[in-house]
Ligand binder design. Structure first.
Ligand SMILES: Nc1ncnc2c1ncn2[C@@H]1O[C@H](COP(=O)(O)OP(=O)(O)OP(=O)(O)O)[C@@H](O)[C@H]1O
Length: 283
């Protein structure tokens, strides 16, 4: 677990991180979301001790990090680099080799890193960050940028494994779908400050007084469904060919509508709560 309390950072006279407080808890994937220049990498740099704090406090500093920047020893082979990192971290080379196979770079390990593609270097960097135990947190700064889709999925599955073994993980990415799939807790960073934080459900709430649900209904049953809702006093806020959107008061339990609806013999194909997407609230 790592905790930041009121952390600020100035570069010369420019304050780029402003009173940021956040927690990277064990057994959770914590994410920082924000546009280019919002301050994500600077926060990671502060946690890792690359930069001095201007003010505030950070508790827990044993981190294993996959940095965003490409700063690998390009004249080493991938194998030598991993072996060096495993020695340094007291980690298992066997695990590093297994991860190399999972990410499809095992054939390239005998070659020098300078011959690697961008994505291959990212994979190598991911592996060196992943191996080893007993860290306060594992930090992955944009691990999947420039990585092919299957490998990005593999990386996310591996990160989930860290979470399952009760490790603390901090993840940044510009891929909102990816973050929505794996993130447990979100910090939305805007110009160096936390603008919003919470679970996906919390940060993407529409902020309306009432909740809205979309119902996908077969076309021939739509009128019947509308009639059902109107008789139950439920407001229909929009509709199209095969969907209706209803609004219910926040204090109302949706099962009060669902139970009688299931008994009403109306074929429902789908039912979900309308929420904003992470991208809508983050930018
Ligand atoms: N070493 C530095 N000296 C001066 N300013 C810096 C330094 N590093 C970062 N900055 C500034 O701090 C701000 C935050 O940058 P940072 O790299 O943390 O953003 P980011 O959210 O990681 O962006 P990206 O999504 O592009 O990676 C930017 O305005 C950047 O110009």
């Amino acid at each position: 677990m790592i905790e930041l309390e009121n952390v600020s950072k100035n570069f010369k006279d420019k304050q780029v991180i402003k009173q940021v407080s956040l927690e990277i808890q064990n057994g959770k994937i914590t994410t920082i979301v924000g546009e280019n220049g919002a301050g994500k990498s600077t926060i990671i740099g502060l946690i890792c001790g690359y930069y001095f704090l201007t003010s505030g406090k950070i508790t827990g500093k044993q981190v294993s990090v996959m940095p965003d920047a490409d700063n690998m020893p390009i004249n080493m082979t991938g194998h030598n680099f991993l072996s060096f990192m495993c020695d340094l971290k007291g980690a298992s080379m066997q695990q590093a080799l297994e991860l190399s196979a999972e990410l499809g770079i095992e054939q390239a390990l005998n070659k020098k890193i300078k011959t690697y593609s961008f994505g291959m270097k990212k994979k190598l960097s991911f592996i060196q960050a992943y191996v080893g135990e007993s860290y306060d947190a594992y930090i992955f700064d944009e691990p999947t940028s420039g990585v092919d889709v299957p490998s990005a999925y593999t990386m996310m599955a591996l990160i989930r494994k860290l979470k399952s073994s009760n490790q603390a993980v901090l993840l940044t990415s510009h891929n909102m779908d990816e973050l929505e799939r794996v993130g447990d807790y979100f910090y939305i960073l805007k110009a160096g400050s936390i603008a919003r934080q919470g679970t996906l459900k919390e940060v993407t709430e529409l902020g309306l007084a009432n909740r809205r649900y979309m119902i996908d209904v077969s076309v021939d049953m739509k009128e019947q469904l509308k009639h059902f809702m109107e008789s139950a006093g439920i407001k229909i806020v929009s509709e199209n060919e095969s969907y209706i959107e209803i609004e219910i008061m926040n204090h109302m339990d949706i099962s009060e509508i669902m139970k009688p609806l299931l008994n009403a013999d109306i074929t429902i194909n789908g039912f979900w709560e309308e929420r904003s997407h992470l991208a809508n609230v983050a930018f």
